[in-house]
Design a protein around this ligand. Structure first.
Ligand SMILES: Nc1ncnc2c1ncn2[C@@H]1O[C@H](COP(=O)(O)OP(=O)(O)OP(=O)(O)O)[C@@H](O)[C@H]1O
Length: 332
C-alpha cells in the first residue's frame, strides 16, 4: 500500500488494485460526555466543514505542508488505512510506503509511521514527495540526467531537480492551492464586501481560476456568501480577470521558486533541463494556464503531468513494487 498523505487530499494506492481511495484530509471529531472520538473522515467530514454544531469539530490536521495536530493526524491515517482495506485485513508482511510533506519533523515522521504500524502494517517506509511525484509522472529519475519537477499541492509547492535517484536540489515554499483560495476569498471580501468560506473560494478557483489574464473579462461565476455590511446572505458575480489578478501574488511566488531552483542547479543538470523541460504535478498544476505562466518566466518547455493529482501516490506505489526505485525509500 502506498499513501500520499497530503495537506488537502489523501490518496491510497494498492498493488493490483490501483488508486483505491482519494479523499480530503479532513476529520470530524465528536465530543460525547467529555470524550472526543472520530465521527467521520474524508468526503463526509469535508461536507461538515464550517457547518458543525458545538460538539462536533471538522478539521484538517495537516496545514501548510506540516502536521498541525499529530494525534488527530494519526487517527485520520488509521481510519484511511482501514477504509482503503475495506473488509480485508493487512496481509502478513504487508509493506506500506507513506509520502510525507517535506516540512514534517522527525517527531511527525515517527508519528506517521507509528499510525501505519498500529493499523497493522509490518514494514513502514517513507519517500520524499518530489521523488514520488517524479516517478509517478514517468520522469527518468534513475538515469544520470537532470529532471525538474514542480509539485504544487494544497499547502506547499516543492521544486526539485532529480538525477540518479537522488535529489540534487529541492526547495519547498509554503504556497499552494490553499493560499490561492485565501487570496480569492480576500479579494471577494475587499472588492465585493462579501464573506465567503474556504470551500466556496476553492470552487471559484476550480471554476474560473487562472494563472494569467484572459483576453477580456473571461469566464464569469456567481458566488454566494454573507454581505459584510447588511449581514444578509447575498450573491455576486465575479470574472476570470478579477480572479487571475488576485492570483498574481501566489502564482508569482511559484514562478520565483522555480527560477531560484534553476539558478541553483549545477550547469550539467541545467543543460539536461533545457532538453527535458519542467514537469508540473499536484492538484495546483491543474490551475488553468499555470504551465504557460511558468514557461513564460523560465523560457523552458513546461508540461502538466498526466494524472497530476495522483502522481505522488502512483510514484510511491511504483517505488514499493519496482526494485529499481528501492534507493528512493527510507525507514527513518
Ligand atoms: N482544476 C483545478 N484547478 C486549480 N486547482 C486545483 C484543481 N484541482 C485541484 N486543485 C487544487 O489542488 C490542491 C490539492 O492538490 P494535491 O492533492 O496535490 O495537494 P496535497 O497533496 O493534499 O497537498 P500537499 O502536497 O501540500 O501536502 C487543492 O488546493 C485543490 O484546490
Amino acid at each position: 500500500m502506498a499513501i500520499d498523505l497530503g495537506t488537502v487530499n489523501t490518496v491510497v494506492h494498492v498493488r493490483d488494485r490501483g488508486i483505491v481511495l482519494n479523499e480530503p484530509s479532513v476529520i470530524a471529531l465528536e465530543t460525547v460526555d467529555g470524550v472526543r472520538r472520530v465521527k467521520v473522515v474524508g468526503d463526509e467530514a469535508k461536507l461538515m466543514m464550517g457547518k458543525t454544531p458545538a460538539n462536533i469539530q471538522a478539521m484538517r490536521p495537516l496545514r501548510d505542508g506540516v502536521i498541525a495536530d499529530i494525534e488527530v493526524a494519526e487517527q485520520m491515517i488509521k481510519h484511511f488505512i482501514q477504509k482503503a482495506l475495506g473488509h480485508r485485513r493487512f496481509a502478513r508482511g504487508r509493506r506500506v510506503v507513506i509520502c510525507v510533506p517535506s516540512g514534517a519533523t522527525m517527531v511527525e515522521r515517527r508519528a506517521i509511521r507509528d499510525a501505519a504500524s498500529n493499523a497493522g502494517a509490518r514494514v513502514v517506509q517513507l519517500i520524499e514527495e518530489p521523488m514520488a511525484a517524479a516517478i509517478g509522472a514517468g520522469m527518468p529519475v534513475t538515469e544520470p540526467r537532470g529532471a525538474m519537477v514542480v509539485d504544487i499541492g494544497g499547502g506547499t509547492t516543492e521544486v526539485a531537480v532529480l538525477s540518479l535517484q537522488g535529489i540534487a536540489y529541492s526547495a519547498s515554499v509554503r504556497v499552494g492551492g490553499d493560499r490561492m483560495d485565501e487570496t480569492i476569498a480576500s479579494h471577494v471580501r475587499r472588492a465585493h464586501n462579501l464573506m465567503i468560506g474556504e470551500i466556496t473560494a476553492e470552487r471559484v478557483k476550480h471554476g474560473i481560476g487562472a494563472a494569467t489574464m484572459p483576453a477580456g473579462e473571461g469566464r464569469r461565476m456567481t458566488v454566494k456568501g454573507r454581505h459584510l455590511v447588511t449581514g444578509r446572505p447575498s450573491e455576486i458575480e465575479i470574472t476570470e480577470a478579477e480572479v487571475a489578478e488576485a492570483l498574481i501574488e501566489p502564482v508569482g511566488q511559484i514562478r520565483s521558486a522555480v527560477m531560484a531552483a534553476l539558478e541553483n542547479t549545477a550547469p550539467e543538470l541545467s543543460a539536461d533541463i533545457i532538453d527535458e523541460g519542467i514537469t508540473l504535478t499536484g492538484g495546483g498544476a491543474l490551475l488553468s494556464r499555470l504551465d504557460q505562466a511558468v514557461a513564460e518566466t523560465t523560457g523552458l518547455p513546461v508540461k502538466v503531468a498526466e494524472n497530476a493529482l495522483f502522481c505522488v501516490a502512483l510514484g510511491a506505489g511504483a517505488a514499493l513494487e519496482n526494485p529499481i526505485y528501492n534507493g528512493a525509500l527510507y525507514s527513518s
